[in-house]
Design a protein around this ligand. Structure first.
Ligand code: NDP
Ligand code: BG6
Length: 484
């Protein structure tokens, strides 16, 4: 198999917040790797913009250091980095001031794609949008990329959508959820809609339940100020986990096209039943002998913010009625592992005498690390001794199945930025989707507040609080083990 890199058209990309953590850790190292792969035209330019007073040379030096730190193995190629840096420019602008905008206007080329990445807090989106138009920098062909969090509840998300809509059309707005850019997340759609095998079984006749786990080993890592106002529900469930739920549960779109896919995802979110509060568990990681607890990391000794959530959701439609979707996510858990597991029903009747085990087919989609897909099937245990059955995985770890082709796979940010340049919104959230997701999570968060809910403590390096295990145990089910 030969990996194919399809070059994108020429562009000028402005990164507001170009000196920030996200730009230095993800966006610029990602762009560097795309340049290295040959996907970016020689003339394409990247313009960092922020309040910090520095010139283009200073910015290039900052990004050289960022690539050395976050660029991965490709960062060893000094000549390639030098070439990449020549594409960079820097303009000092304040999103709330008037200085620098004229300079930005004059710098941009009008005959290439213009994209504006808002890698700043959402409080600045309106200011940036308004100035981009007032200074005649962006026109109706410009593309705007906005980061999460897209609001902190339905009301604020509506306000943000309204602000952006005053200045740009929906087909110009790219709302990032980087989980949609992950290779295996897209593979989920390929597996579902590119094979005849699964679709007939993908419903409540054959599926017992579905588990979605996004487990992290990291804590809040210096982001305490942001995270403590957010918690796992806003930071992970409202966006990443709900997007995964949508892709696993949606009806087949008529084609792989931005609105067709997003229409189907929206229907899933709208069909979600409100969650019974007995079906949600919140947790907060405790201290150990060597590492601090969540409250210390978040610098609030009385914080009731959750670093873990587990819940049981139901989708009210013909396909999924009665099938529980168990979702959990948390920080400082036992392993970094994200997995979706489709657990099929037991056989109604076994023809093998003496075989009392509960054999189940399980389709497990491993998002990270070790991306791949496994199908648990039941076979005869080899050798004499009669028909003894055993469950084994049919394993398609992508690194093994695809060999070197699996290595050059772009990371989520790289792929999504290239999609912006290509003008493909399929892997971005539409405004109505984001609002529908908040409409489902808001009552959960409000319920916690109204009941003064206190999260359960859990041990670092565990699978979360005991109550999360009970959530499935009560239903006669078991979480899959969290392991890399
Ligand atoms: P940082 O605080 O590290 O960076 C913020 C950037 O915005 C800096 O470049 C800052 O530069 C610039 N900035 C701040 N105020 C202004 C202003 N008035 N005018 C122009 N520029 C301004 O934040 P992050 O990079 O971490 O996050 C950026 C966005 O991305 C946020 O919305 C965040 O929620 C989101 N995000 C971040 C992730 C991450 O891993 N960091 C992950 C997912 C989303 P200066 O001070 O020089 O102006
Ligand atoms: C971000 C969250 O959106 O996703 C972080 O804000 C989280 O809290 C991160 O750590 C997880 O992303 P990934 O790609 O490492 O699974």
């Amino acid at each position: 198999m030969v990996s194919r890199v399809i070059p994108v058209d020429d562009f000028d990309l402005v990164i507001f917040g170009g000196t920030g953590d996200l730009a230095r850790r993800k966006i610029l190292p990602g762009l560097y790797r795309r340049c290295l792969s040959g996907q970016v035209p020689d003339d394409a330019r990247i313009i960092g913009a922020a309040r910090s007073d520095m010139d283009t040379e200073g910015y290039r030096q900052m990004i050289r250091e960022a690539i050395a730190e976050f660029g991965g193995p490709e960062a060893a190629d000094g000549k390639a980095i030098d070439r990449f840096l020549t594409r960079l420019h820097y303009v000092t602008v304040d999103a709330r001031g008037d200085g620098g905008w004229k300079e930005l206007h004059d710098l941009l080329r009008k005959d290439v794609i213009n994209a504006f990445y808002f890698s700043v807090g959402p409080g600045l989106f309106g200011d940036l949008a308004e100035r981009l138009l007032r200074f005649e920098i962006a026109d109706t062909n410009a593309r705007i990329v906005v980061e999460k969090p897209f609001g902190r509840d339905l009301e604020s998300a509506r306000a943000l959508n309204a602000t952006l809509a005053q200045h740009f059309n929906e087909d110009q707005i790219y709302r990032i959820d980087h989980y949609l850019g992950k290779e295996t997340v897209q593979n989920l759609m390929a597996v579902r809609f590119g094979n005849v095998l699964f679709e007939p079984l993908w419903n409540n006749h054959y599926v017992d339940h579905i588990q979605i786990t996004v487990a992290e080993t990291v804590g809040v890592e210096g982001r305490g100020a942001y995270y403590d106002k957010s918690g796992a529900m806003r930071d992970m469930v409202q966006n990443h986990l709900m997007q995964l739920l949508c892709l696993i549960a949606m009806e087949p779109p008529s084609m792989f096209d931005a609105d067709a896919v997003r229409d189907e995802k929206l229907k899933v979110i709208r069909a979600l039943q409100p969650v019974d509060y007995h079906h949600i568990v919140r947790g907060q990681y405790d201290k150990t002998r060597t590492s601090a607890d969540y409250r210390t990391d978040a610098e609030d000794p009385r914080s009731h913010t959750e670093s873990f959530v587990a819940l049981k959701a139901h989708i009210n439609n013909w396909r999924w009625a009665g099938v529980p979707f168990y979702m959990r996510t948390g920080k400082k858990l036992k392993a970094r592992s994200s997995e979706i597991a489709v657990v099929f029903k037991d056989l109604g009747h076994s023809i093998f005498p003496g075989d009392e085990a509960r054999h189940r087919n399980i389709l497990s989609i491993q998002l990270q690390p070790n991306e791949g897909i496994k199908l648990q099937v039941t076979i005869k245990e080899p050798g004499p001794g009669g028909m003894r059955l055993v469950d084994v995985p049919l394993d398609m770890t992508f690194a093994e199945a695809l060999g070197p082709d699996a290595e050059g796979v772009p990371d989520a940010y790289e792929r999504l930025i290239m999609d912006v340049i290509r003008g493909n919104q399929t892997l971005f959230m539409r405004g109505d989707e984001v609002e529908a997701a908040w409409a489902w999570t808001d009552p959960i968060i409000e319920g916690w507040k109204a009941r003064n809910d206190v999260p359960k403590l859990y041990d670092q390096g565990s699978s979360g609080p005991e109550d999360a295990l009970m959530l499935l145990h009560r239903d006669g089910r078991k979480w899959r083990e969290i392991k890399e």
